[in-house]
Design a protein around this ligand. Structure first.
Ligand code: SPD
Length: 358
């Protein structure tokens, strides 16, 4: 009888072992690819609660990594050896990645929530028909400033106000080649897509005269530094300005009159992806109006989702500094894909500007 009980116990242990193993294999399947989703996004650019909600709803394990510039993101994807399933590049980078065969076409049948996106953000020049990308956030580049810390009379309605000699060591600049070379070009009346070498050299020379005013060129920390009144003004993306002003309501945000940049960050599937179904599920999840509103409120950037807007607090959705009307954005320029060589040249010029400060 004892041996019968022992055999029964052995069978029970074996059965339980099999059950455990099956469950374990099922939940850990992701590590072989099919039940994980690797997302590659800008820093500070998603509400972590939404990632948890997505995991709970789908059973897909999210692996989340960040980048701080389009250039860094493109280099990483180009080099290979990564398995990013979803990434969030800006428009000119999408155009470049598409041309370099770094993106997979989307299956729009799996993206029914695309219907919530405002038409103003669909079918744009960098991805006609949204074959490769769906809108995530959008915004502008401008100046956030603290009226209590800037010298009297400076309103930054002109880019040239940044060069005011009274602003010594009081400016922060976003660490972006297109942004800095772009406002330099705009300040001289040129397009921020200018490729004329004489104009670019003139821009570099003018930017180099800005260095006495520049306290730091920084990434996401720019928000903390400006909100903490470590500098009087900064050139920033509008969403960062919104977040800074949420922390410190003394500050204001303006777009200088000579013009500036309107940009679009979209979700794409890199060619390296291994979980196409999960990638579409994630995109569709982020396109859901309630999720898009929650994300916009958390991150501070502007959502292109027209059905998310009514779900936002009125003081956010009615703020034309961050939800500017089409007649204002139509006078702003979108960054063009200037081609591999010219984009590298912009990066070199930016590096030269940064080195000049040292
Ligand atoms: N902290 C997130 C910043 C994302 C900003 N993307 C703007 C891209 C402009 N080309």
């Amino acid at each position: 009888m004892k041996s019968l009980i022992r055999s029964f116990a052995a069978i029970l242990v074996a059965a339980l072992g099999c059950l455990y193993l099956a469950t374990y294999l099922n939940t850990s399947e992701g590590y072989s690819g099919s039940n994980t989703l690797t997302i590659y996004n800008w820093g500070d650019y998603v509400d972590p609660e939404l990632l948890e909600k997505f995991q709970k709803e789908t059973g897909i394990t999210v692996i989340y990594q960040t980048f701080d510039s389009n250039e860094a993101m493109m280099t990483k994807i180009q080099q290979g050896g990564t398995t990013y399933d979803v990434a969030m590049p800006s428009e000119y980078a999408i155009d470049k990645m598409r041309q370099e065969n770094l993106l997979l076409p989307l299956d729009q049948a799996k993206l029914p929530n695309l219907k919530h996106i405002d038409e103003r953000f669909l079918d744009l020049g960098f991805d006609k028909g949204n074959k490769y990308s769906v809108p995530y956030f959008w915004g502008t580049v401008g100046v956030v400033f603290n009226p209590e810390l800037v010298p009297e009379g400076l309103t930054f309605d002109s880019w040239d106000d940044l060069w005011d000699p009274r602003l010594g060591n009081s400016l922060m600049l976003v660490d972006g080649a297109r942004e800095v070379i772009g406002f330099g070009l705009n300040s001289l009346g040129y397009s921020l897509n200018d490729t004329n070498e004489a104009h670019l050299q003139e821009t570099l020379a003018k930017l180099q005269t800005l260095t006495p005013n520049v306290k730091a060129i920084v990434g996401d920390e720019i928000k903390m530094l400006l909100a903490g009144e470590e500098a009087a003004a900064g050139v920033v993306w509008s969403g960062d300005a919104a977040e800074i002003m949420d922390e410190n309501d003394k500050l204001d945000y303006v777009i200088p009159k000579e013009g500036s940049n309107v940009w679009f960050d979209n979700m794409v599937i890199p060619r390296t992806a291994s979980n196409l179904d999960g990638a579409h599920k994630f995109m569709n999840f982020m396109l859901d109006p309630a999720n898009a509103a929650q994300n916009a409120e958390y991150v501070g950037y502007s959502t292109p989702n027209k059905d998310a807007i009514p779900l936002l607090p009125e003081e956010i959705s009615s703020d034309e500094r961050f939800y500017p009307p089409a007649q204002l954005t139509s006078r702003l320029e979108v960054y063009n894909n200037l081609g591999k060589r010219m984009l590298s040249h912009y990066n070199e010029l930016f590096l030269e500007f940064k080195m000049h400060r040292k």
